[in-house]
Design a protein around this ligand. Sequence first.
Ligand code: TRP
Ligand code: SF4
Length: 344
Amino acid sequence: MSGADRSSAAAAPSARPIRRVMSGIRVSGRLHIGHFWGTLRNWLELQEKYQCFFGAMDWHGFTTAYKVPGEMHAWTRETIAECLAIGLDPNRSTIFVQSMVPEHLELFLILANLTPKGWLERVPTWKDSEEENKANDTYNLGRFAYPVLQAADIAIYRGDGVPVGQDQVAHLELTREIIRRLNNLYKLKIPEPQALLTDTPLVAGLDGRKMSKSYNNTLFLIEESEKSLRKKVNSMVTDPARIRREDVGEPTKCSVYGYHKLYSTTEDLAWVESGCRSAGIGCGDCKGRLTENIEKKMAEPRIKKQELLKPGSDLDKILQQGAEKARSEAQITLQEVRKGMKWL
Ligand code: TRP
Ligand code: SF4
């Protein structure tokens, strides 16, 4: 998938230079195009410029999806296969599965002890989802400690740049506070990571609401087939004013147009705009063109993904090598921390 031309991962103008980028994606099911436009597209760009550590964060996924055995394992393999299929390059970056790097957990436990409970109680994602967590049996210690694990993820690689959307800047501030405390207590020099502000366009779901697995309105990062893609695009809600073919419409009120802006050429965009406003095209034509344009970007990754998920493929070797690379960096940090704690 492309779109790097529209991306804009950038450090704040006054910030010191970034040496190492660290980022993760929580494993919570199948990846959808929201993950691409919000996260993966930035990773593709960052891997060209920096030394990067990118993780499939399955322990983070487990904070809410701990009930069904086997689910997390399958999702995680598929997540990595898809990341590779769209062009993340394990020769350039360290691409790893969090649970294959147990060092995260040791550092997590150290950090958990020096994080006051009040810091976590103030985290908006915890505060605002109390009822939801209680209803879903996720009002739990692991879920509460989520930001501490995230701080450990970053600190363990001594990452100094973390790509985040504007809404995540406050979260990163907590990571910085935890690392500052660690450094002060044990006289360490683990970098306090800076936010690399990335542009994260909101991708609407097929029904126009926020794209979310729980709404069942997602378009997968890699749909099974052109047929499943077509079916989903055809199910999208359109401008409610266009009831009959002869009614004129307004593209800016339609999520199909929103998707065209992400996947179509300027010529196709002009065709949609004028065709919709003059009733020169029907919504079926418009969706057909969109399907073609998305399929152009999904076809190749689909084949690569299928190859990687075949038994006997290179996937296990890539996972193993990624874990080894990640662990050797993580062990350096842990050694330093243990030395600072005088607990070797
Ligand atoms: N919390 C992030 C998300 O919801 C995932 C994540 C886990 C992460 N560990 C991280 C992101 C470390 C950046 C750095 O997607
Ligand atoms: Fe939406 Fe396209 Fe129909 Fe206009 S023609 S309402 S943009 S689907």
